[in-house]
Design a protein around this ligand. Structure first.
Ligand code: 5RP
Length: 226
């Protein structure tokens, strides 16, 4: 089984929780792409859902798959959000945002009554922090925010794309911030959110209710216990 097979298995296991009538938050990334492809087939077969997308890329792919997508600003309640992760631990704390969509992803996850993470087994970690924490920053605050992050013990690297600074769907920049695995993620999440100019960050500590993680074809489901 390849990692792609595992991503597909995890995505399809989570999709089994979707029924007609639901408003569904669609994640961003390669694992979410399997979810969208699968949902497209189910919609063609009669599943009646409304989706909200966590990125422009997801919106495009979902519409192309025949899924009805409405704007996030028209909604306050979402039944179920399903999204990938970059790292996830046994308490369902995660780092997200390698795809740069963490701000919309967190809004959708927070608006959802329930959020499910989907991942292949490479994303499962004992402790968060080997992956950098992506931080979305107002461009004019980049230098100030980077200095504040350094003072918190992080190494902030401006994300680049095609030789220019990467821009999010909201036209902001991203600092990828390496803190290492000794982080106190709860304290760090609060400290990052409190820096003026920070618009969002990729620490998802309380949003995820369940996870489907597939390793070598075997799907494990984790549920939040506290
Ligand atoms: C995008 C994300 C993605 O969900 C995360 O990066 C996982 O992506 P993939 O499924 O491609 O590994 O947070 O902002």
């Amino acid at each position: 089984m390849s990692r792609d097979d595992d991503k597909r298995l995890a995505a399809e296991a989570a999709a089994a929780e979707i029924v007609s009538g639901m408003i569904v938050g669609l994640g961003t990334g390669s694992t979410a792409a399997w979810l969208i492809a699968h949902l497209g087939e189910r919609v063609a077969a009669g599943l009646d859902i409304t989706a909200v997308a966590t990125s422009r890329a997801t919106e495009r792919v979902a519409r192309a798959a025949g899924i009805r997508v409405v704007a996030l600003d028209d909604l306050s309640d979402i039944d179920l959000a399903i999204d990938g992760v970059d790292e996830i631990d046994g308490d369902l704390r995660a780092i997200k945002g390698a795809g740069g969509a963490m701000l919309r992803e967190k809004i959708v996850a927070s608006a959802a009554r329930r959020m499910i993470a989907i991942a292949d087994g490479s994303k499962r970690v004992e402790r968060l922090g080997a992956a950098p924490v992506p931080v979305e920053v107002l461009p004019l605050a980049r230098g100030f925010v980077a200095a504040r992050i350094e003072s918190l013990g992080g190494a902030a690297t401006l994300r680049r794309h095609d030789d220019r600074s990467y821009r999010t769907d909201q036209d902001n920049v991203v600092l990828d911030c390496a803190f290492g695995t000794e982080i106190d993620s709860v304290a760090l999440a609060g400290q990052l959110a409190a820096i003026p100019g920070v618009l969002g960050h990729g620490l998802f500590l309380r949003e995820i209710d369940s996870a489907y993680i597939a390793s070598d074809g075997v799907i494990t489901r984790l549920d939040r216990t506290r």
